[in-house]
Design a protein around this ligand. Structure first.
Ligand code: HDE
Length: 712
């Protein structure tokens, strides 16, 4: 039922602000006032006094003591002493970018939210991607869930979609969140491990908490080691509501799908990258945007009519459950493009404050008990992290429309409110600012008119009781290589657990209920007795497999933005390099020329070629594929160069596409490798085509069993 009241007359609304509501396209413009460019400017103190000497403290004589009077030195050091703010309790490590969201069409049948109704409008967004466990300085490529938080600066206020790259969560009720986070964070006595879950307290908790089984299997899958932030799906996780102008509500689940496809690193590569390039993901995002390879995602929703709320074999309010796409397909809504890097990491990425409670008319919450708890937590945490309740005034958090209300004062207030009446109703300031009744367009926010008739209880709904059937569905939906990776990940992580009873509990009471074969394989790797049966009766789901869950089915249609390393030494065939570079460029892919050192290499016909880096400087783990051009002298040199040989071998082990051109064929003998679907030998257009096709497959999975024998 709708409680629509008549829309306020435009004239009444007009007095509240002077901003052109149809022209708020650029968040940049609205922030311009806050950006500071020092070009051509004098160095000044914070009080605006020009500084004459920024090299020396004021002293009593050149060799004498420093003087307390030196307000310039004291101001500078005092500010420095307080430069750091508390990092986020979780999701401390992250990186951000600006961009826009544009709806494909008018989705007014679904929602009255303005940013989903006007296809001509580009709504500015700021996105922050993050890991969960590690501190601010931890590695990007650790095995972990990734945060995917989007702030939409809409004309109706800020809307935050604070999601993850996995569609479910570890717990069902917010009251368990501190327990979960304490368990996954490093062990309290020695603060080890940084950034990972391979330790006793995590596995102790999850092995005692069957509701985490589904999320943990996602975390043990390749999804937890994404190839890049650009190749991650995003999920709102909870069920939300969308409400149209007639007050009609439907349940929705949010999905972000990258146009670059969804793919992952391999485990050995992820571990090495965490050391060799801690910033691997943030660098990739940064560089892609700088190069104009703007990452894109499509936003979509699964829509469930209110009357179908109970039509599934799980509860749609349970955040440990997905709605399989095969049952409810995704309706595409629009696309998001990230096209601008921040100017200042701290001011933008560190100070951005997300909250699932930041919603706009047309979107509303469901009663998911995890979501309900989050609505409290995020605002609360900003108060200590950002130093008070005025964090909405920090430029990156400000809406693009003016804010007027009776809230006043508190730490770091920057608004200078005019007028005498900080209360409502008032007659002194003409009654302003006034409420706006809900309306089809531009109305005030109205919560969904949901009837609730219940007892006050501390209870978990019985409908949340099945913890294993969807974990099983996930495992069954994986391709063979993905299954092997999951088995390896459980074995690795549990192998790091010191207490055998925790290992055994996870195998017998969790894994055996998901899939007996999975449990047996992990038990074998841990030297534990194989379980004979599960411990609970797992209900059968309406679906045995959901192909949409396997990354094997989420490859991109092209090789755009893929990176290829070209290895060369003196005597290299320069024409082959040119041809490859040209062909890659035509595909929208990128090439880097690497030499034995950072010095230029000479081609066989005597030209000098500048290299982008040495092979040590840009290891194979930073590339998608390797091309070795011919040239007898070059190949002879590379054949005797341990770094070059390791380069090719490592790319082989990480199942990457490799093309050996001309004399480079000899490397097969040197390295004792055989050509395969992704190890291509040849010099013609056909071999280039095969090479690109292999890159498009992301990895040469059929090579994996063989590659195990190759030294890491
Ligand atoms: Fe968060 N979460 N969370 N979370 N979360 C935070 O808020 C919390 C949950 C997510 O880039 C904190 O500003 C509770 C689910 C992201 O700044 C904190 C519960 C999902 C980010 C917090 C959850 C998320 C956070 C820490 C259980 C996916 C990073 C700093 C009820 C849908 C946002 C902060 C950024 C951050 C609380 C569960 C995603 C402590 C209590 C489920 C992406 O408030």
């Amino acid at each position: 039922m709708s409680t629509k009241k008549p829309a306020a007359p435009k004239s009444e609304l007009a007095g509240t602000d002077t901003l052109d509501r149809n022209n708020t396209n650029s968040k940049l413009e609205s922030l311009e006032h806050f950006r500071s460019d020092a070009t051509g400017q004098a160095l000044r103190t914070n009080q605006g006094v020009k500084v004459a000497d920024n090299q020396n403290t004021l002293k009593a004589g050149a060799r004498g003591p420093s003087l307390l009077e030196d307000f310039i030195m004291r101001e500078k050091i005092t500010h420095f002493d307080h430069e750091r703010i508390p990092e986020r309790i979780v999701h401390a490590r992250g990186t951000g970018a600006h961009g826009y969201f544009q709806t494909y069409e008018n989705h007014s049948a679904l929602t009255k939210a303005g940013f989903l109704r006007d296809p001509a409008k580009k709504t500015p967004v700021f996105v922050r991607f993050s890991t969960v466990q590690g501190p601010r300085g931890s590695g990007d490529t650790v095995r972990d869930v990734r945060g995917f938080a989007v702030k939409f600066y809409t004309d109706e206020g800020v809307y935050d979609l604070v999601g993850n790259n996995m569609p479910v969560f570890f717990i069902q009720d917010a009251i368990k969140f501190p327990d979960f986070v304490h368990a996954v964070k490093p062990e309290p006595h020695n603060e080890i491990p940084t950034g990972g879950s391979a330790h006793d307290t995590f596995w102790d908790f999850v092995s005692l908490q069957p509701e985490s089984a589904h999320m943990v299997i996602w975390a043990m899958s390749d999804r937890a080691i994404p190839k890049s932030l650009r190749s991650m799906q995003g999920f709102g996780v909870h069920t939300f509501r969308m409400i149209n102008a007639d007050g009609k509500s439907r349940f929705v689940k949010f999905h972000w799908r990258p146009t670059a496809g969804t793919c992952s690193l391999v485990w050995d590569e992820a571990q090495k990258l965490a050391g060799k390039d801690t910033d691997y993901h943030r660098r990739d995002l940064w560089e892609s945007i700088e190069m104009g390879d703007y990452p894109e995602w499509e936003l979509g929703v699964q829509v469930v009519e209110e009357e179908n709320e109970h039509a599934f074999d799980f509860d749609i309010l349970d955040p440990t459950k997905i709605i399989p796409e095969e049952i409810v397909p995704i309706t595409p809504l629009g696309k998001m493009v990230l096209n601008r890097n921040p100017d200042n990491f701290f001011a933008e990425t560190e100070q951005v404050a997300f909250c699932p409670g930041h919603i706009v008319p047309g979107i509303d919450f469901s009663n998911d008990p995890l979501l309900q708890g989050r609505l409290f937590s995020y605002t609360d945490t900003q108060i200590s992290r950002l130093g008070g309740p005025n964090f909405h005034e920090i430029p990156i958090n400000r809406p693009v429309i003016p804010i007027h209300n009776g809230q006043r004062d508190a730490q770091h207030r920057t608004t200078i409110d005019k007028g005498r009446a900080a209360y409502e109703p008032n007659s002194i300031d003409g009654g302003w600012p006034k409420e706006t009744p809900p309306a089809a367009e531009d109305g005030g926010f109205e919560s969904y008119y949901e009837r609730i008739d219940a007892n006050k209880v501390r209870q978990r709904s019985e409908s949340f009781g099945d913890h294993f059937s969807q974990a099983r569905l996930f495992f069954n939906s994986m391709s063979d290589h993905e299954k092997e990776h999951i088995i390896a990940a459980y074995s690795f992580e549990l192998g790091k657990v010191e207490r055998e009873f925790i290992r055994a509990r996870q195998v017998n009471e969790i894994l055996a209920n998901i899939d007996l074969e999975l449990a047996k394989r992990v038990a074998q790797n841990l030297g534990l007795p194989a379980p004979k049966a599960g411990t609970v009766d797992v209900p059968k789901t309406s679906l045995d497999r959901s192909p949409a869950l396997s990354q094997a089915n989420l490859l991109p249609a092209d090789i755009k933005t893929r990176k290829v390393a070209i290895l060369a030494a003196d005597g290299v065939d320069g024409a082959a390099i040119d041809a490859m570079k040209k062909a890659l460029k035509a595909e929208g892919a990128h090439a880097k020329l690497l030499g034995p050192t950072s010095a230029p290499v000479k081609t066989a016909d005597g030209k000098s070629l500048a290299v982008d880096a040495s092979m040590e400087g840009m290891p194979s783990i930073a590339f998608d594929a390797v091309f070795v051009p011919g040239g007898a002298a070059s190949i002879q040199a590379l054949s005797g160069d341990g770094v070059a040989l390791h380069y090719v071998l490592e790319a082989y082990k990480h199942l990457k596409a490799i093309a050996l051109h001309g004399e480079a064929k000899q490397l097969l003998d040197v390295l004792k490798l055989e050509a395969d679907a992704g190890l291509i030998v040849g010099a013609d257009a056909k071999s280039f085509k095969a090479f690109f096709a292999a890159i498009g497959q992301h990895r040469v999975w059929e090579r994996e069993p063989k590659a195990k024998a190759v030294p890491a």
